[in-house]
Design a protein around this ligand. Sequence first.
Ligand SMILES: *Cc1c(COP(=O)(O)O)cnc(C)c1O
Length: 362
Amino acid sequence: MKIPFLDLKLVNTPLFPEISEAFERVSASGWYILGPEVKAFETLFADYCESNFCVGTANGLDAIHLILKCFEFPEGSEIIVPANTYFATILAVIQAGYRPVFVEPLLSTYLIDPDKIEENITSSTRAVLVTELYGKSCELTSIKALCKKYHLKLISDSAQSHGALYKNQKSAGLVDAAAFSFYPTKNLGALGDGGAVVTNDRALANRIAERRNYGSSQKYHFAQKGLNSRLDELQAAILSLKLSRLDEENAKRRSIAKRYLTHINNPKIVLPPADTILEDAWHLFVVRTENREHFRKYLENAGIQSDIHYPIPPHQQKALEEFSYLTLPITEKIHLEVTSIPLNTYLSHEEINYIIVTLNQY
Ligand SMILES: *Cc1c(COP(=O)(O)O)cnc(C)c1O
């Protein structure tokens, strides 16, 4: 059996008739950037996230950047970030003119360790930026309490967690602002780039809506030094139709995750946490093994394609040489040991069984 890690064509094929319809509608409208389709998607997505406002952006990186910029923290402010995250989380902080303060994750969840946040707060700290890595929401109760105590904003990089719940509520609606990416591989993916900010803060939403459009809300008047980071009409139309399928697709992801967690029982393979199977968005199913190269070779020989999220932590990237002095052993261990196995919306019952049997025989 041959199982690719993710085949985006198979993800979108069932939607081709609806996508063509959206394409014709937008083509014929003559309005291609920031129009009625973007507005309609923003309303739908804010509702979906149980939040008041949504502002579409060109991508997820800009969504994080725009949140940070539009909170208008003083230059050089410290932002608490997870050391174990995708490079974009950190890059957004630096590009906004702030200093990332790296906090180690829990090995059991891969998410920022809530008990290590407080010791990293200084008089320059202005926000805690968490990442809902792999689709799992963070310990929001304790993190929110800390943010309240120290008057910090709580921001979420939710690029991997469309639809994730925390105690039965959408996690994105529980933070001061959440950033989403609609990169094609994400749980809600466009046919190109896209992103959004979701927030209950009206003033923040207005500043971001202005700043994504060069800093202009009145034609040829520029109130901020902004970005060109607009969501286009065609992607918005496609996202609206795909949003109506998201709950069903996340339910499928959860049921696959549940089967993996129930039936994979090999002491050589560390499974992801199973405490919130029905709340997580299961963007990725990530396991750990001591000898990753050997494990991935074994999977490859069995026809199962795997991937690594991620092989090199941000503080060890060439671009972030100024942080190369840091020693973050938990983050570094995770980056050496993780492998992502296929989990997507079109996997068949047989393919899932084959993956389970193959992992159990390792
Ligand atoms: C995908 C992703 C981003 C960046 O999104 P883009 O749309 O590619 O800019 C940021 N953070 C995380 C955790 C991601 O997975």
